[in-house]
Design a protein around this ligand. Structure first.
Ligand SMILES: C[S@@+](CC[C@H](N)C(=O)[O-])C[C@H]1O[C@@H](n2cnc3c(N)ncnc32)[C@H](O)[C@@H]1O
Length: 296
């Protein structure tokens, strides 16, 4: 009964989104035409709508594959610690598509927040296909130390393969954010990007405690995740709208609550905590810095 209702609701939402995108394309064409733009306004509008639909279909394809993997028993035991992704190649394409080719800008924003520089030691928790670590390598240089930890064997394998092809030295360990296999105070910067909404609420706190433990004095922990956007229009046009739509799987409830850390960061003794936003505000970041001198 419940499944039937859910299916029906999902179908209705999809149909609405499909119609909305078509109307947006047609509307854009008419507006352009009304402003004296030539006959090519129509193909332009149609091309825009088609591109939006393609991104939508790519996203759905990814979600369906992910769900089928679970239905066919490939769901990992690790899913107790969080929702594990399996479609590694599809993930890279999806991120590229939904950020409308601005993934590089997004990753640079994340690294700026973590103040990653030459020689930094960096940990990426839930490192996915390793894109952030590879971007970090360009800043740390050969003297940097780059580690990732990931529950999904497929995502970890793709990260290692990408690093090998680019000649970057990084290590991705298969494991969980809840039990980081490094001693206290090991890293200058610890990232956890687009992962918290994959974690059940209780697991989130354990993961953040672990990240704090492995952070050096003066180091930065950067948490990036979905939040209520301050501008729906900017969110849609930045390409984040579709991702936003696809993120209803958060095991801890709404994906928009992933950054609601309450008093935890203060309890963990972080000296400075700041909040930041990207893409119309649909993506938020918390930067939490430990006291003491910043790493050299
Ligand atoms: C949306 S992806 C984000 C990947 C990457 N951080 C990025 O920014 O593209 C979330 C990742 O978290 C991983 N994950 C989920 N629960 C985890 C856990 N408890 N420990 C480590 N990784 C986890 C999933 O397998 C998936 O690869």
């Amino acid at each position: 009964m419940r499944t039937g209702r859910l299916k029906h609701a999902s179908l209705a939402r999809l149909t609405h989104l499909f119609l909305l995108l078509t109307l947006l394309g047609a509307g854009a064409a008419f507006v352009l035409r009304a402003h004296g733009v030539g006959w090519w306004a129509f193909p332009l509008g149609v091309a825009g709508a088609v591109a939006a639909h393609l991104v939508l279909v790519a996203g759905l394809f990814f979600v369906v594959r992910q769900r089928r993997a679970h239905v066919h028993g490939e769901r990992s035991d690790g899913d107790r610690d969080g929702l594990v992704l399996h479609g590694a190649r599809g993930y890279d394409w999806l991120v590229r598509a939904v950020t409308l080719g601005r993934e590089g800008k997004l990753r640079r924003w994340m690294l700026d927040l973590g103040e990653v520089r030459t020689g930094s030691s960096v940990l990426d928790v839930g490192s996915g296909t390793g894109t952030l670590l590879l971007a970090a390598a360009a800043r740390t240089g050969p003297g940097g130390v780059l580690h990732g930890i990931e529950l999904s064997p497929e995502m970890g394998a793709r990260a290692r393969e990408k690093a090998r092809r680019r000649g970057v030295a990084l290590t991705v360990t298969e494991g969980s954010a809840t039990s980081l296999p490094w001693p206290d105070a090991s890293f200058d910067a610890v990232f956890c990007t687009l992962v918290l909404h994959h974690l059940p609420t209780a697991v989130r706190e354990t993961a953040i405690r672990e990240m704090r433990r492995v952070l050096r004095q003066g180091g930065r922990m950067v948490l990036v995740d979905w939040q209520t956007p301050h501008s729906l229009l900017r969110t849609l046009f930045s390409g984040m709208g579709l991702v936003y739509f696809l993120h209803r799987h958060a095991p801890g409830g709404s994906p928009l609550e992933a950054l609601a850390t309450g008093t935890l960061l203060a309890d963990l003794g972080f000296a400075r905590v700041s909040r930041h936003a990207f893409g119309g505000g649909a993506l938020g970041a918390i930067v939490a810095q430990t006291g003491g001198p910043a790493p050299e």
